[in-house]
Design a protein around this ligand. Structure first.
Ligand code: HEC
Ligand code: HEC
Length: 302
């Protein structure tokens, strides 16, 4: 069945393509033949007349135009013979975009592989102080990380700033490397239900704001605190300083992953948040991640 299918689609491409080219040849041959037959007979008209005196002339096609038409047809045939274009036929050059990509990657691995390997066996802190390694790390970072963390690594709402000293998951060199290799998932459940609806979320928001000494409604915050001790301490800690084992942010500082406004904070509490840092182990490999981790570590320490 699948054989029949792939055969069918194969010919579905090949036949109309070849027939189309043959038809173009025939058309051009036919046009130039009728051009030859009318040669010498200037102003031969087709007999069609509009509005009493508007006639359609049957003049031969210009030679340059026919020439261009022939050239494009021949080009098309040569191209289809050399490159894949006719169904599953691979073409004389045996070119494929996948092969071309793989060749480029193999070439890059050959050029940079030994360089990456040299740093891979070095301690992360040492690599983070090596000017050449940092340059390579920066380039890798720009290619693979800047879409989410920004080209200056200062992040955006939902994507942590990697230049400050505020860390969700910890700032030791090995922890940073592990974060990049295996990714991270921040799981902050939605609390609107357990907190008893909107009023509960509002009270809790006031309490969370009070933790960083911002202006707040004291009565609401006190009501919130009682619930904080039941629902939130497990992850954010008694003092609200967070827990790097769970990626639970410190709520007492001025850094907010998901926004500092009351509205954003109450959304974080009521609806929950799920930050996802993708794993890069299979995609980039240990050697490249080693260089990136050193770069991130060094950058944060600057
Ligand atoms: C299961 C652990 C867990 C519990 C319990 C928990 N949180 Fe969280 N909280 C997290 C994690 C993890 C994040 C970070 C989410 C992310 O990575 O996107 C977070 C994020 C937040 C944020 C956003 C912080 C920022 O920087 O934008 C607020 C506010 C917050 N939690 C408040 C609370 C409150 C209030 C409670 C109790 C009602 C609570 N959390 C209970 C794990 C928890
Ligand atoms: C698809 C978006 C995305 C890409 C790509 C991405 N990250 Fe992340 N990264 C995140 C998010 C989201 C978090 C926060 C996870 C959380 O909420 O706990 C994060 C967290 C981190 C952390 C932990 C920060 C902390 O405070 O503990 C580090 C370090 C990090 N990323 C580095 C990188 C590096 C290096 C790369 C490139 C190899 C990269 N990230 C690529 C989205 C991304």
């Amino acid at each position: 069945m699948s054989d029949f299918n792939s055969d069918f689609w194969n010919w579905y491409i090949i036949l109309p393509t070849l027939l189309g080219i043959i038809w173009c040849f025939w058309l051009i041959w036919w046009m130039s033949r009728s051009a030859a037959s009318t040669e010498g007979k200037e102003n031969d008209d087709t007999g069609h007349v509009w509005d009493g005196d508007l006639k359609e002339y049957n003049n031969p096609l210009p030679r340059w135009w026919l020439g261009m038409f022939y050239i494009t047809l021949v080009f098309g045939i040569i191209y289809l013979a050399l490159y894949p274009g006719l169904g599953t036929y691979q073409g004389i050059f045996d070119w494929s975009s996948r092969q071309s990509y793989e060749n480029e990657m193999a070439q890059a691995d050959k050029t940079y592989g030994p360089l990456f390997a040299k740093y891979q066996s070095e301690d992360l802190v040492a690599v983070s102080q090596d000017a050449q390694a940092r340059k390579i790390g920066e380039r890798l970072f720009l290619n693979h990380c800047s879409t989410c963390h920004g080209s200056d690594a200062r992040g955006a709402r939902g994507f942590p700033n990697l230049r400050d000293d505020d860390w969700l998951w910890g700032d030791s060199p090995d922890t940073i490397k592990l974060t990049i290799l295996d990714g991270r998932r921040g799981v902050m459940p939605a609390w609107e239900g357990p907190l008893g609806g909107e009023a509960g979320v509002t009270n809790m928001t006031e309490y969370v704001i009070s933790l960083s000494s911002r202006e707040h409604d004291a009565a609401a915050a006190t009501a919130g605190q009682a619930q904080y001790n039941i629902f939130c301490v497990a992850c954010h800690g008694v003092e609200g300083k967070g827990n790097i084992a769970l990626g639970a942010p410190n709520l007492t500082d001025k850094t907010w992953l998901h926004g500092a406004s009351k509205l954003r904070i109450s959304e974080s509490i009521g609806k929950g948040r799920q930050g996802h840092m993708p794993a890069h182990r299979d995609f980039l490999g240990d050697a490249k991640v080693h260089l990136i981790a050193a770069y991130v570590y060094g950058m944060a320490k600057d």
